[in-house]
Design a protein around this ligand. Sequence first.
Ligand code: NAD
Length: 503
Amino acid sequence: MSDLATHQAKLAPLLARRNGSIVNLINGASVPAASGATFATTSPVDGSHIADVARSDAADVDAAAKAAKAAFPAWAAMDGKARKKLLHKVADLIVERAEDIALCECWDTGQAYKFMSKAALRGGENFRFFADMAPAARDGQSLPTNSHMNVTSRVPMGPVGVITPWNTPFMLSTWKIAPALAAGCTVVHKPAEFSPHTARLLAEICHEAGLPDGVLNLVNGMGEEAGRALSEHPDIKAIAFVGETKTGSAIMKQGADTLKRVHFELGGKNPVVVFEDADLERALDAAVFMIYSLNGERCTSSSRLLVQRAIAEDFQKKLIARVNALKVGHPLDPKTEIGPLIHQTHLDKVVSYFDIAKAEGASIAAGGHAIDGPGCYVHPTLFTNAKPDMRIAQEEIFGPVLTVIPFEDEADALSIANSVAYGLAGYLWTNDITRALRFSNAMEAGMIWVNSENVRHLPTPFGGVKSSGIGRDGGHWSFDFYMETKNIAFAMGAHKITQLGRR
Ligand code: NAD
């Protein structure tokens, strides 16, 4: 039976194994930054020191990119079935160590064990799913004409860079790295500076599973140093990035000189729209789950609740009771629903919106303050009486904070839903099928769930529109990013060639 004390006891040796340091993995070797520089990573639970992490600069990134370049030809040429076997081995090891991964992730990020235990296993599923796709990754089409047989195939792009954020870092890293490896690309991974622990575990697992040296390289460090160097490196053909919209824009500029292909999964201010004819109990469950799980530090969180005015008061009353009942606590306690936020600066940012809400004339119906004591804890918060143009209804807060906005009718709801810069996800609750079709067709979002919380099916496209991203992940969409399509045209006879200069 797991409880806080057992989890703490299990975490202690995992931290001790690090021996106070997290190093890079370049060409199969565990190495510190060439300069010897480090930065400290601390736990948001109590501010305690976890490890000194390699603070890589352009020289380390160059070594990793060179290793990825050298490993690329053999990895790309490896039979898809052999890649499949290796990637399944990675999945097996992730599943075997899922508890260790989850415990380290909770300590590093503050995310509750309740969710991280599932996220770790999901990392294994990501590897399994793309492992199974590896043998067919190159498949193409034949496009015949009368004179030529055109044969298309996909070829891996080359060494690619993967830059990941601090929220659910393990799961997100696997979601990017597994398809790149399955496609035949080699990878340099730069994880977020605030949550480097499980990226190191993933690199160790891949190494142990038998991935050849240089196929997956890990370079820790700051965004402006290691991240910038990776996105500027001439040997890196593409950057898969997950993070803030403004960082995506910076990476696009940094990668311009080397014509980087980019794939961006960026911010969101996703609406959950509840019509009066919906199954309101289920809508309530989903609305609460989608904003308050994972500390609200989730790109697909439903941070705006648009509720039809006729049912708004009653819905809000039930919502307040649910928010006040959420269990905030130690992330390693299996009963905890909300843990501490990632770091003090982020906590300060989230808390700053409480004053913004008041200044804008909205009400704070639940929460609205940080929790005293060690750790970056905040009360889950609910803003009511909000208007669509308020900052709390427009900006990504990225915490356990929900803004409620009532609407009159379908046209009003649609206009509010689309009134933000973002367009990642949307959630729609109604039992009117024609309205559901009409509304989801007009909603500006890359992904829409009707009468459902966010349930991912791995072959489906994942990504956003507007300021929420460029490109799609999932199934063959991932391969479209990590691979080039090549056409070979075979003449099928002696067709007439236009003759020049024949006298
Ligand atoms: P961030 O943009 O600050 O950092 C993300 C990564 O980029 C980190 O590894 C960081 O070191 C690196 N980085 C920073 N500056 C860089 C630069 N100039 N060049 C290269 N790399 C650089 O994001 P964050 O605060 O870590 O993550 C939270 C954000 O991620 C939120 O906006 C959230 O919505 C978004 N997110 C989006 C999705 C999605 O699927 N759309 C998923 C998860 C998170």
